[in-house]
Every structure is written in C-alpha cells, then in structure tokens.
Design a protein around this ligand. Structure first.
Ligand code: PPE
Length: 319
C-alpha cells in the first residue's frame, strides 16, 4: 500500500505515520469495530464520492447495533470524509471510515472503552483482478457457511464478521479461485466474502433476501434501482445452490468489487461463459454514474463543489 499524507482521527487530520493505537485497545482483542468502504471516483464532472450519505448512515446503524455511541454527527463525518480526500490530494480513492473500541478497560464488556473514529483513504484499483469487470471471475461455493442469524449479525458491518470472510476468501484463493460464495445456515445462497450476489435466469434478476445472513449492500440496493429503471424484474428470494449452476448470468456487487460478472462457479460454466447482456446493461448504467458523473439519483457528492456547476454537455464536448 502506498503511504499517503493524512488520516483523520477523532476530529483532526494527523500525519499518516502518527495514526496509531495502543496494543491494549479493546478492538484488537475482541474485534469490536464497525467500518465502511466507500469509493471516490474521478468522474468527467470532477471527483465525487459515491453513496456518501448511505455509507455513513450504515456506519451509524452498525454502531447502534453494538451500542457504540459515535461522538460525531453524520454530517460531521461526511465533511470529515471530504476533508480527508482533499488533504491527500487524490482524484479517486477508496475511503475507510472506522469506529472502534479503543482504550479503557479490557474484558469482554466493550462499554468501558472509548469509541474512537478514524477515516483513512488509499488508492484501490480493481478488487477481483485486472480485467475482471469484462471477462468475469471464477469462484467456488465455500465450504464455510456465512455467520448464522442471531449469532453475529451479518447486517452490521463489524470487524469481527470478517473472520468468517477471511476463511471464505483464503479457502477460495488456495484452491485457485478468485472468491468464495457462502451459503447461509440452511444451505441457501448468501453472499461472497466481500460482495453481494445476483443471478439472472430467463430475463429475471434474483438476489438473496437481506435478512438472510448478508450485508445489505449499498451497491446491491443501487443495482436493484438501476434494474427497475431499465425495466427488469428483480426478485429478492431464497436461492438454492444449484440455481447458481444453471443461471444464464451471475454477477457480484460491492463498493470494492463494483459490478463484476461471474463466469464459472465450482467449474460449472455460467451461461455462455461471457459477460451476459443484463450484466452489461447494468454495468453500463452504473459506470455512467461513476465515469460520466451522470447523477440521476443523487448518489454523488462532489469533492470540489465548483465542478458541479459546470454543465455536463460542455464537458462531454471537450472530452
Ligand atoms: N457483503 C460483504 C460481506 C461485504 O463486505 C461487502 C462490502 C458487501 C457485501 C457489499 O456491500 P456494499 O459495498 O455496501 O455494496 N465489502 C467492502 C469491503 C471489502 C474489503 O475487502 O475490505 C467493500 O466492498 O468495500
């Protein structure tokens, strides 16, 4: 990872090298953190953060589930994200807001430890490999199940959840796959280690229900909205493992993964093995927002507000 300049910690920007915590911080011992992953894109209309409001809201939801009171308002953290991007002079980046239980007391009870907040940014290219957005990826169904309902809540984006994700990811990588798809407790399809999943058959788009041991992805919600806008039917439903193998198209969504086609699962070729038409149509709609800055749904927060004022037509003529 390339070192950058500043990290925002508890209300101020500090030098990258100074953003440290004590070894006895609660989070290190008990996984007590909640975090977000957000992307800032260099669109044709200027740099813009995608789904800033939605991600900060989910951070507060995750913190609420773990009874952690964030000592800032959502608006303050949204501003802090923008400040952190500007302080590091990046036109595009990945953004990691993090809320964690810091110093105070050890022992399982987190309530005696401080709630600390940090925001870091870094450069992050393609998540599932170069060329994966066009060619698609080869994945397996994991032998690890996703965390069961009413154990560790999959709907909170908490650090500890990612122990399960790490097992799924390492198993997939060691067997030569890019990613693993985890089934839920009952054997229904849940999600990847860091992505939601969609299946297309006979022109209908299916995705597992949000109560089903998965993180209700912000990209997932956006893709459902784009699909509706394009006139497709989307069904949130239980999905069997075998429905993956006989799908016409499968794709995965996430902030990091964006909208990545899946070309094989457990060595079953999905559809023709090429990126499917519906996957491509949804990618085109998604990339129109993040590359061209066409923001029909109010998903973008421009880092430099001046660029928002430039009419898009003039910009596209220049490009
Ligand atoms: N499920 C999981 C388990 C998950 O971690 C993510 C995001 C998603 C679904 C998709 O959610 P959303 O980004 O809101 O559409 N995973 C983040 C972390 C990746 C990482 O390696 O760290 C991400 O994509 O930023």
């Amino acid at each position: 990872m390339r070192k950058l300049e500043k990290i925002w910690m508890n209300g101020r920007l500090i030098d990258w090298d100074d953003a440290k915590i004590h070894i006895l911080s609660h989070v290190i011992h008990y996984g007590s953190s909640m975090f977000e992953g957000i992307r800032c894109y260099e669109t044709k209309r200027g740099s813009a953060v995608l789904f800033l409001k939605e991600h900060i809201r989910r951070l507060y939801d995750s913190a609420k589930i773990y009874r952690a009171e964030i000592p800032f308002t959502q608006l303050e953290l949204r501003d802090a994200v923008i400040q952190t991007i500007q302080a590091n002079h990046l036109a595009s980046c990945y953004i990691r807001p993090l809320v964690f239980r810091g110093e105070g007391a050890l022992g399982v009870n987190p309530l005696k430890s401080n709630v600390d907040v940090a925001i870091a940014v870094w450069e992050w290219g393609s998540y599932l490999g170069e060329g994966s957005l066009e060619a698609g990826v080869d994945v397996r169904v994991s032998s690890w199940r996703r965390i069961a309902p009413n154990t560790i809540p999959a709907g909170a984006k908490a650090g500890g959840n990612y122990l399960n994700s790490q097992l799924i990811k390492m198993e997939a990588l060691s067997d030569g796959y890019v990613e693993g798809i985890a089934l839920d407790m009952n054997g229904y399809v849940a999600e990847g280690s860091g992505e939601n999943i969609f299946v297309v058959r006979d022109g209908i788009i299916y995705t597992p229900m949000s109560a089903q041991s998965l993180l209700p992805g912000i990209t997932r919600a956006a893709v459902i909205r784009l699909a509706h806008a394009l006139g497709y039917e989307v069904k949130e439903t239980l999905l069997s493992r075998e429905s993956l193998y006989i799908a016409d198209e499968v794709f995965m969504t996430g902030t990091a993964a964006e909208l990545t086609p899946v070309r094989s699962i457990d060595k079953y070729k999905i559809g023709t093995g090429e990126r499917g038409d519906i996957t491509k149509a949804l990618q085109d709609a998604y990339f129109d927002v993040i590359r061209n800055g066409n923001d029909r749904f109010g998903w973008l927060t421009f880092v430099d507000p001046i660029s928002v004022l430039q009419p898009l037509e003039e910009l596209s003529e220049k490009n």
